[in-house]
Design a protein around this ligand. Structure first.
Ligand SMILES: NC(=O)c1ccc[n+]([C@@H]2O[C@H](COP(=O)([O-])OP(=O)(O)OC[C@H]3O[C@@H](n4cnc5c(N)ncnc54)[C@H](OP(=O)(O)O)[C@@H]3O)[C@@H](O)[C@H]2O)c1
Length: 321
């Protein structure tokens, strides 16, 4: 079979569409014949050597969807041929073996090409808003980078759960997309001072919840957008820039700063099956959808990586074998 491989960390030129042995499912694993596999910002960081993963040489990807090809010893509740989506390393390949705990049979209404781009963004947005954020109807949430893969889902879920959504992005086109997904207010944070805008939009109170994934000065200002007793969840650092957080911005204003990493959560700590049981009906009823930026063949993974690195994507980029 073929897979998107890296033999070393580096630029786009380290990506190869190369022949590798087909994986064998270990006990507790499921082998999937892949229909599609998403590209996430973490794949860019992984290629550059800034994100954990298997020893090199290795296959990229953190999620995939396809047909169950083989069940490892002890796996129950799934059948060969069933269509599933899954989270797990090495998904950018024709076949992937993943832990059965992270395999989810999906509704027939979901497009098999879109399915491979869903698990990471849907589960991340769900756990940010619900599990960690404890979002309540009527809350105001500030979602940074609203046109990102995660942002496009978080906007829709927050609206479906009764929140007011303020979101940011770096271009008018991205803000148009955010509004089309239900965002109540949008701010171009490349052109405007979003801290000042949020203050005005909330009559000086700030917001109950901030989802922050850009880091650096955006994180510093985002903390000051949180209302008293509100929360900020830091879940990424797309800018690659360090932040300096004055302690007074946290304690003196009774704010809570939370960290979230789905990939580095201990096994079983996050209830993914319960999340999917809530999300799949919302997908089937059209309450939420995946925003697909483009679908590319896996052999063109470098083009996908370049598009994400350039901040060009709106929603998800998906690869097919
Ligand atoms: N903690 C977790 O479990 C978890 C899970 C999934 C994703 N994440 C994080 O969530 C964020 C979004 O992930 P994604 O896969 O949805 O990413 P994505 O679609 O590639 O979006 C990333 C966005 O970040 C913004 N950004 C700001 N500065 C950037 C820079 N210097 N380079 C690139 N992008 C920059 C861009 O939006 P603008 O152009 O509008 O600024 C860009 O579109 C990432 O930080 C990722 O690491 C975390």
């Amino acid at each position: 079979m073929k897979a998107v491989r890296i033999n070393e960390f580096g630029g786009l030129d380290v990506l190869q569409w190369a022949e590798v042995p087909e994986p064998k499912p270990r006990p507790g694993q499921v082998l999937i014949k892949v229909d599609s596999s998403g590209v996430n910002y973490a794949d860019i960081m992984r290629r550059q050597g800034n994100y954990p993963g298997p020893d090199l040489p290795a296959t990229l990807g953190l999620e995939a969807a396809g047909a169950v090809a083989e069940l490892g010893e002890g796996v129950t509740g799934l059948t060969v041929g069933q269509r599933v989506m899954a989270m797990g390393p090495q998904g950018n390949a024709e076949y992937v073996a993943v832990n059965a705990n992270y395999v989810f049979p999906y509704p027939e209404t979901v497009d098999p090409v879109q399915a491979g781009g869903m698990p990471i963004v849907f589960l991340t947005a769900y756990h940010l808003l619900k599990t960690r954020g404890q979002l309540q109807p009527g809350d105001t949430v500030l979602i940074q980078a609203g046109a990102s893969g995660v942002g496009t889902v978080a906007i829709q879920l927050a609206k479906a759960w009764g929140a007011r959504v303020i979101t940011t992005a770096s271009s008018p086109e991205k803000l148009d997309l955010a509004r089309s997904l239900g965002a109540d207010e949008t701010i171009n944070y490349a052109a405007q001072d979003f801290e000042e805008e949020v203050r005005q939009l909330t009559d000086g109170d700030g917001v109950e919840l901030v989802l922050e994934c850009v880091g650096g000065p955006v994180l510093e200002k985002s903390v000051r957008c949180v209302a008293s007793y509100g929360k900020l969840i830091s879940f990424g650092n797309a800018s690659g820039t360090a932040a300096a957080l004055p302690s007074g911005d946290i304690f003196a204003a009774n704010r809570t700063v939370i960290g979230f990493s789905m990939g580095r959560s201990p096994m079983g700590r996050l209830d993914h099956p319960a999340a999917m049981a809530e999300l799949f009906p919302m997908l089937a009823q059209g309450q939420v959808r995946l925003v697909v930026d483009r679908v590319l063949p896996m052999s063109q993974a470098a083009q996908a990586h370049q598009h994400l690195s350039n901040r060009g994507s709106q929603g998800k980029v998906i690869l097919t074998p």
